[in-house]
Write a protein that binds this ligand. Structure first.
Ligand code: HEM
Ligand code: HEM
Length: 185
């Protein structure tokens, strides 16, 4: 089923919540890893972080493809232009974040000549040390992660505002429910 203005497809809803939980979990996971001392436990957790991160990338690519064919959900109510623009930029940044976080993590590892084992199913092979790739990955992973946390907070504040102030069905629609026709037309 395609997205409609009064009901989103189960693909949109399912991918949104899967990636939302995965991204929040992976951001927390990464921040914990960052503070851990080197050792066997950290290496083991790093193996999980990398494998899960590559899995997130697969779902994020799927979601990007789906969004490009469907467009973003249309707004449920008329809000000031600056809010609509902020929401649009935030949605794009969140969507791209699900791609640039795993990609920068992969760049960080490959740049250090470390292959990435994905749960023993397959491995992304390393091709030699590349300091630029490693450093670019590190900056994007670190800075991008922090910017993404800020964007998620803004996004959740916006969602709560739609629920409490506008009470316009935006949240209910992303919960998969059919809502009365939007008030923007
Ligand atoms: C748990 C907190 C979250 C809540 C309550 C929430 C809620 C929502 C709602 C209500 C919409 C629909 C907006 C509209 O109709 O205009 C939406 C869309 C969206 N959200 Fe979230 N969200 C959360 C977490 C996240 C996270 C962590 C990400 C990504 C890192 C994310 C990415 C997106 C994107 C890209 C859209 C646009 C539609 C889509 O591609 O699915 N959200 N969110
Ligand atoms: C959804 C995907 C991912 C998210 C949200 C995420 C998030 C994070 C965050 C917030 C950090 C801590 C900040 C930093 O040190 O840069 C981190 C660290 C790290 N991540 Fe990721 N990551 C993801 C995927 C990956 C992938 C796919 C790889 C590699 C294949 C990777 C490799 C690393 C490495 C090597 C560190 C550094 C740990 C340390 O400080 O020693 N990440 N990640």
């Amino acid at each position: 089923m395609k997205d409609q203005s009064n009901k989103l497809s189960s693909m949109t809803v399912g991918l949104h919540w899967l990636l939302a939980l995965a991204m929040i979990g992976m951001l927390a996971f990464g921040l914990i890893l960052e503070d851990m001392a080197k050792g066997e436990t950290k290496s083991f957790l790093m193996w999980w972080h990398k494998g899960l991160g590559v899995a997130v990338l697969a779902f994020a690519l799927w979601r990007l493809g789906w969004r490009l064919t469907q467009g973003f959900p249309v707004p449920m109510s008329k809000v000031p232009a600056w809010q609509e623009i902020t929401a649009k930029i935030t949605h794009w940044f969140l969507l791209l974040g699900t791609l640039f976080m795993p990609l920068s993590g992969i760049a960080m590892s490959l740049g250090k000549n470390r292959p990435i084992d994905v749960f023993g199913l397959f491995a992304i092979p390393a091709f030699g040390e590349n300091e630029f790739l490693h450093e670019a990955g590190e900056v994007i992973h670190g800075l991008g992660g922090n910017l993404l946390i800020a964007a998620i907070i803004l996004h959740v504040v916006g969602a709560v505002k739609h629920r409490i102030v506008d009470n316009d069905g935006t949240m209910e629609r992303m919960a998969g429910r059919e809502v009365p026709n939007r008030q923007t037309a």
